[in-house]
Design a protein around this ligand. Structure first.
Ligand SMILES: Cc1cc2nc3c(=O)[nH]c(=O)nc-3n(C[C@H](O)[C@H](O)[C@H](O)COP(=O)(O)O)c2cc1C
Length: 167
C-alpha cells in the first residue's frame, strides 16, 4: 500500500453517493489463482449490525459474480477522474472474453489474499456478511422491476469493511 494510508472507515473522505454513483468503483475478487474485476455504480456504504459495511449488487451473469461467490472477501477501489476510461472499459468488457486486468494497465496487489489495484485513491477490503437475491415480490415500487427485463435480479451483498486505505 505504497502511498495509501490505513484509516478507520469513519475517516474515509468523500461522499458515498458521489463516489459510487457518479465516479464509480471496481469490485474485485479472487477465485483460486484467478482475479476478476468489474465496474459498479450501484451500492452503498453505511453501518449494519454495529459494523462499517459496504453494499454491492451484482447481476448473476457477471463473471465477477463467480469470483465474489468463491471468496470470503472482495475489494472496492475508487479512482480519480483520469481512470474514467479504464473504469468504462472494465464495465463493458467481460473477463470471460479477455484478460481485462492486463489490458486495463492497472496494477494488482493484495492485502492478505484480497486483490486490489495500487492506482486507487481509496481501497476498502470487505468481508462478506450477507447475500440475498432480490425478490421481485418485495419491490414496493413496481417500477423497480423495469430494471430486470431478463429477470436477472441482482445478488445483494452486505460486507464488513475490515480495512480501509486512502491517499
Ligand atoms: C458505470 C457502470 C456501472 C455498473 N454497475 C454495475 C453494478 O452495480 N452491478 C452490476 O452487476 N453490473 C454493473 N455494471 C456492469 C458490469 O460492470 C459489466 O457487465 C462488466 O462487463 C462485467 O464484467 P465481468 O463479466 O468481467 O464481471 C456497470 C457497468 C458500468 C459501465
Amino acid at each position: 500500500m505504497a502511498d495509501l494510508k490505513q484509516v478507520k472507515p469513519e475517516q474515509l473522505s468523500g461522499n458515498a453517493v458521489q463516489k459510487i454513483g457518479t465516479d464509480w468503483m471496481l469490485v474485485t475478487a479472487r477465485k483460486g489463482d484467478q482475479v476478476n474485476t468489474m465496474t459498479a455504480a450501484w451500492g452503498g456504504l453505511g453501518v449494519m449490525w454495529g459494523k462499517p459495511v459496504a453494499f454491492v449488487v451484482i447481476r448473476p451473469q457477471r463473471y465477477t459474480y463467480e469470483f465474489v461467490e468463491a471468496s470470503e472477501t472482495f475489494s472496492l477501489t475508487f479512482f480519480d477522474d483520469s481512470f474514467r476510461e479504464t473504469l468504462n472499459y472494465l464495465g463493458t468488457a467481460s473477463g470471460r472474453d479477455e484478460d481485462k486486468i492486463s489490458k486495463s494497465g492497472l496494477t494488482l496487489a493484495a492485502s492478505q489474499d484480497t486483490p486490489y489495484f495500487t492506482e486507487a485513491n481509496q481501497v476498502l477490503i470487505c468481508r462478506k456478511l450477507y447475500r440475498q437475491t432480490f425478490d421481485p415480490a418485495c419491490f414496493i415500487d413496481p417500477a423497480i422491476d423495469r430494471n430486470y427485463k431478463e429477470k436477472d435480479y441482482h445478488i445483494h451483498y452486505i460486507a464488513e469493511i475490515v480495512e480501509a486505505y486512502q491517499r
